[in-house]
Design a protein around this ligand. Structure first.
Ligand code: MIC
Ligand code: SF4
Length: 643
């Protein structure tokens, strides 16, 4: 029986377990990436492991999120990451060099390799034929230290692309259509593998838009084959030697099939407040717009911005619209500046931002009160933009640009857009990447830690009986942006969990942190897909700091569930989802003989207030159960070292 591309690459990297769907496997990681807002924790964890130098083929530390520097905190973090990267054998991408995922595709991604990144959009690398996975900082630290990364051996979904996109329709519309079909919970423990005749019509940056936003499906990752398009892209990036042809076998067996016909696909838009709330742009035509934001790791490539520039050339942005553009990388920005497209953007009225995440993570450019903001980004969770009542719509660069000119949502189908060719060679200059010291010279580098960098909290070893109140009860699809908000006011404190903890879950209930402190911790009760969205470990670390012992949910998002386990918080799932309705906020809960329950993976939670019991289970491998018993991975490693 033939193999999928996913199976081929995973088998090639298999270190432990068997390739049986649904069972845990450990894979070797070739490359890692961190960004600054998750990176400080990851490097502190690496230091705690006392590993002098990373053991991967290549590791990169990017600065792209925390770029406003309105106090010393951000730059202190940058200095810390720069110095610890230099010491530990990690390449440092300086602030302004670009968004990690964009630069990774341009300069570092290699088909057939594995990449683990402390950012949920690491799967962007699937656009160049990598198995690229997002994870918590601790998992990335383990991978840097040479450890394997564990995943549930995934089901593989075949996404069959037929036909060719029409003018005005773009690869963003393909992934929005997949999200419409599969939803934000549809991808858990699955890899989305793109196949079919439509694949060869898409360039690497277009593919990367799709694999990037595959994160919104909750998928483990997404992947395209490595083919002539990949070769052409790598050649234009001056690294044709990194090319290897890779594809699934003709007779590969898939677990699920999703079809997208590019010939008939129409421009789409994800409406507030979820990436899967997808409608046709034509259905919203005419809605007045306040802001248009173009960029983010989804749509900030040279091709994207050239399309935007050619739409805006000679026109002026409507007076009711603020247009902001953040190019994805220094390579993109310098190419636009050299070929004159930057002037077209500026002359049309675009505000050009630094190459980084910017408004995507609420670092500036928050919309006006109740403003309608059209964004080429990947997430439109309520409040993420920094304006709690903003209405954020996710759409393609084409739709964004034509709407910026008209001032209202406008369907770009059929627009007269000159064919934007992939350049034969990109402008290559890697002088913003700082190399680490040579092997053996690690001791010559002093690591600089500013006062904002506080030690990370550790959970307690799992006690016999675990008791506490249900401190908060939240609904389905709670994102990590709810659990640990991360806009311009909070992102500077990513290295300071005691400070961040004051804001934990406050978008759901402002009184939660104080209640947790007053009650010396307790439990969180949640609906399904709890913790969807980002990889930020802070959504587990802040609860650890507040004494949270467990989360009872209908289901969890993959990365958050792993982060809870890594940090010693019990992720419990209701056997009977209706039990969720029976628990009241502030009910007293109790788990008797918790260690035995964890070992078995099934136990009951007693509601002392209501005198009821709820059967629950934990989806964890034996390895993960060990972590839960020890109070998290770092405690487990310390116990092992002491033994
Ligand atoms: C995001 O898009 O939500 C982020 C900010 O990039 C996060 C990482 C973080 O919270 O630092 C992600 O996607 O993992
Ligand atoms: Fe940055 Fe936004 Fe991409 Fe996250 S989704 S890495 S915040 S650009």
């Amino acid at each position: 029986m033939g193999k999928t591309l996913t199976e081929k690459i995973l088998e090639d990297h298999l270190v432990s377990g068997e390739m049986k769907k649904g069972e845990e496997i450990g894979i070797r990681i070739d490359q890692t990436l961190t960004q600054d807002s998750t990176g400080t924790m990851a490097y502190m964890q690496l230091e705690a492991m006392e590993v002098p130098r990373v053991k991967t083929k290549r590791s990169l530390a990017y600065i792209d999120h925390n770029m406003l520097q309105e106090g010393p905190e951000n730059m202190d973090d940058h200095r810390y990451i720069q110095s610890t990267a230099k010491k530990h054998g990690v390449i440092f991408s300086r602030p302004g060099n670009g968004i990690c995922h964009q630069v990774e595709i341009e300069r570092y991604g290699i088909p057939g390799q594995t990449l683990l990144g402390s950012d949920s959009h690491t799967p962007t690398g699937g656009g160049i034929g990598m198995i690229a996975i997002g994870a918590g900082g601790l998992d990335v630290a383990v991978a840097m230290a040479g450890g394997e990364y564990h995943i549930v051996c995934p089901e593989v979904v075949k996404v069959e692309l037929t036909g060719k996109l029409r003018p005005g329709v773009s690869s963003k519309d393909i992934i929005l259509d997949v999200l419409r079909q599969c939803t934000v919970k549809g991808g858990v423990n699955k890899v989305f593998e793109y196949t079919g005749p439509g694949v060869e019509t898409l360039t690497v940056p277009e593919r990367a838009t799709i694999t990037n936003m595959g994160a919104e499906l909750g998928a483990t990752t997404s992947i395209f084959p490595s083919d002539e398009m990949t070769r052409a892209f790598l050649k234009a990036q001056g690294r044709e030697e990194d090319y290897t042809p890779l594809s699934a076998d003709e007779d590969a067996q898939y677990d699920q099939v999703v079809k997208v016909d590019l010939d008939t696909l129409e421009p789409l838009v994800a409406c507030p407040h979820s990436p899967d709330n997808v409608k046709k742009v034509s259905a919203l035509e005419g809605m007045k717009v306040d802001q248009v934001a173009i960029g983010s790791c989804t749509n900030s490539s040279y091709l994207d911005l050239m399309k935007v520039a050619s739409i805006l050339k000679g026109k002026t942005v409507a007076e009711n619209v603020e247009l902001v553009i953040a190019p994805g990388s220094r390579q993109v920005l310098t190419m636009l500046s050299e070929n004159g497209a930057l002037s077209d953007l500026l002359n049309a009225g675009a505000r050009i931002l630094e190459c980084g995440c910017g408004p995507c993570i609420g670092m500036g450019q928050s919309p006006n009160t109740a403003g309608v903001s059209l964004r080429t980004f990947n997430r439109n969770f309520k409040g993420r933009s920094g304006t709690s009542d903003a209405q954020v719509y996710l759409l393609s660069p084409e739709t964004a640009a034509v709407s910026a000119v008209t001032g209202h949502i406008t369907d770009p189908l059929g627009i007269d857009l000159p064919e934007i060719e992939m350049p034969e060679s990109f402008l290559i200059n890697d002088n913003w990447a700082v190399e680490p010291v040579a092997e053996g010279e690690e001791e010559t580098v002093e690591v600089i830690k500013g006062p904002n960098i506080k030690p990370f909290p550790l959970a307690q070893k799992l006690g016999e009986d675990v008791k506490g109140k249900a401190l908060i009860k939240v609904e389905d699809n709670i994102t990590t942006d709810h659990i640990m908000p991360s806009h311009a006011k909070l992102l500077p404190y990513r290295s300071n969990i005691p400070y961040l903890a004051n804001y934990c879950l406050t978008p759901c209930d402002a009184g939660f942190p104080a209640r947790a402190v007053e009650n010396k911790g307790g439990f969180i009760v949640a609906g399904s897909n709890y913790g969807q969205g980002s990889s930020r470990e802070h959504a587990a670390l802040a609860p650890v700091y507040l004494g949270i012992r467990g989360v009872l949910a209908k289901s969890f998002a993959r990365i958050h569930q792993n982060n809870l386990i890594n940090n010693g918080i019990l992720p419990m799932m209701f056997e009977n989802p209706e039990d969720y309705d029976r628990i009241g906020e502030m009910d007293e809960l109790e788990i008797l003989d918790a260690p035995s329950g964890v070992r078995e993976g099934r136990f009951v939670v007693k509601n002392v207030t209501k005198d009821e019991t709820y059967p629950v289970y934990i989806e964890a491998s034996d390895r993960q159960k060990g972590m839960l018993l020890a109070g998290g991975l770092i405690n487990q490693m310390r116990d092992e070292n002491n033994a």
